[in-house]
Design a protein around this ligand. Structure first.
Ligand code: HEM
Length: 465
């Protein structure tokens, strides 16, 4: 009896502590029935309808209670304000709570440094990397698709994207690294997708718990980092030696490793290989998780196209690919990718359709990506070439195309990602006719508001030469 009373008392205190305390200036709180649980059920299992209904009844922004905490939801109207207020709304703060990468990488993640790295070294050096990206994609298609069928699209794209991302560092351009990071990225994505149930008690608790296996010995990252360090070490040593010998005549390499080695805090007499591996691992993992997931959805681009009515889209895309291929004899330059206008529009439209319902906890991205004012009376219909006449590329962010975020923190890797995805699709289309094994439409899956690419086996039918 005493135990029951104590439990009820604790529950009351818990509910009291967790009760929402909103000031007058805050957006309205949508009414709910069960304290603490609040709107979690609707948010997880009925996200789209629930948020649309709230917008209709309360306008935007509004507050809901999800996993025990007050969460503000904004959509198209206020999203640009959110992007402007980048100090108060930090995507990575939210992501870090769901999956504290700094715990498993064992170093503090300086996102502005990572953003600078991606901007300058990946997207900023596309011309330089282009040849290798192309080479690695062709290599990846042969190795991970080849002649076989019935494969899961995500598995294929993750490997190919990993191969293409890893080349940005001379030392990581090896198959053992591609494989190791593909596995790791998938494990991290899985852990990241676990609903934060423990956040009902405290927001940080969930993060600590799901990273626990990584920290107490099951940590796959230690194994992956070891493989990476084995590859990095000889390259770093060789470069340090060359620098010593050549002095000013040393020709810097154009890769991530060189960038990190040229930082003022790099100590060539006592190299911190753990740190170097962490920095490179973060970039590779970020690139694989994001681009791999999107590229898979593009590969299943058919999922947005009703097969009965849609294959002609692929024919049009194929015609464009064929013309460019003939003009260039198969060896593309970055300017040739710019000529793929239909493919670019298709990529933009596919990305629009691949988004999560709520991209970040507070951003109802569907409200923007499927806005009637921008995309017409039937905004959810798939119109692959609608951007041709508007002349907006797949990388151009705006308030109705938030797939790469927006404002100061808009994804710096998007130029790199879009080039990779376009090249990937271009080469695939030239080589294969792609369809699902059962010939049907493959639909994206949802894990709460998080979108996942379809998981339907694909058939790659080789085109006749
Ligand atoms: C299709 C692929 C990709 C998608 C959909 C994507 C999406 C996003 C989104 C939504 C954001 C948050 C923007 C915001 O807060 O407004 C972001 C930020 C970021 N992304 Fe990407 N991304 C992709 C590819 C990449 C790649 C390939 C890299 C690098 C390897 C990368 C590195 C980053 C970094 C470093 C940031 C933080 C930027 C900052 O805080 O200033 N992304 N990305």
């Amino acid at each position: 009896m005493f135990a029951l009373l104590a439990f009820v008392a604790c529950l009351i205190i818990f509910v009291y502590i967790k009760r929402p305390r909103l000031s007058k200036n805050e957006p309205p709180l949508v009414p709910y029935t069960i304290p603490v649980i609040g709107h979690t059920y609707d948010f997880l299992f009925n996200s789209d309808k629930f948020i649309r209904k709230c917008i209709k009844e309360y306008g935007e922004p509004f507050n809901v209670i999800v996993f025990g905490r007050v969460t503000t939801v904004v959509s198209q109207q206020y999203l640009s304000e959110v992007f402007k207020a980048h100090e108060s709304f930090d995507t990575f703060e939210v992501l870090e709570e769901l999956f504290p990468m700094h715990l498993i990488l064992n170093h503090d993640l300086d996102f502005s440094f990572h953003a600078k790295t991606v901007r300058e070294q990946m997207s900023g050096k596309l011309k330089y990397h282009f040849h290798d990206i192309q080479k690695n994609i062709l290599y990846g298609i042969d190795k991970w698709i080849g002649e076989s069928n019935g494969k899961n699209g995500w598995d294929i794209t993750n490997h190919i994207v990993a191969k293409s991302a890893a080349h940005t560092c001379e030392a990581s351009n090896h198959d053992d690294i591609t494989l190791t990071f593909t596995t790791l990225s998938l494990e991290i994505f899985k852990a990241f997708s676990i609903p934060p149930i423990l956040s009902f008690i405290h927001p940080k608790l969930h993060g600590y718990l799901i990273t626990l296996p990584f920290l107490i010995g099951f940590n796959p990252i230690a194994k992956h980092k070891k493989i990476l360090i084995n590859r990095i070490k000889p390259v770093v040593e060789k470069r340090i030696q060359q620098k010593r010998e050549l002095g000013d005549l040393y020709q810097p390499h154009n890769d991530l490793l060189e960038f990190y080695m040229s930082n003022p805090d790099f100590n060539s007499t006592n190299v911190d290989y753990q740190k170097l591996a962490n920095l490179i691992a973060f970039i590779i993992i970020a690139g694989i998780i994001t681009t791999g997931r999107s590229a898979t959805s593009l590969l299943y681009g058919i999922m947005n196209v009703d097969y009965a009515n849609g294959p002609e889209y692929w024919d049009e895309l194929y015609e464009e690919a064929l013309t460019i291929d003939k003009e260039t004899n198969g060896e593309l330059t970055i300017d040739d990718v710019d000529k793929m206008k239909k493919l670019d529009s298709f990529v933009r439209e596919s990305l629009r359709h691949t988004s999560d319902i709520c991209r970040q906890v507070y951003d109802f991205s569907e409200g923007c990506l499927f806005s009637e004012s921008q995309y017409g009376p039937n905004p959810k219909s798939f119109k692959p070439f609608q951007f041709l006449s508007q002349n907006v590329s797949a990388t151009k962010v705006d308030k109705t195309y938030v797939i790469f975020g927006g404002g100061r923190h808009a994804c710096p890797g998007r130029f790199y990602a879009v080039i990779t995805m376009k090249l990937f699709l271009h080469k695939i289309m030239l080589k294969y006719k792609v369809r699902t094994e059962n010939g049907g439409v493959a639909k994206k899956r949802f894990l709460g508001p998080l979108a996942l690419p379809p998981k339907v086996p694909l058939v790659f039918e080789r085109r006749e030469k």
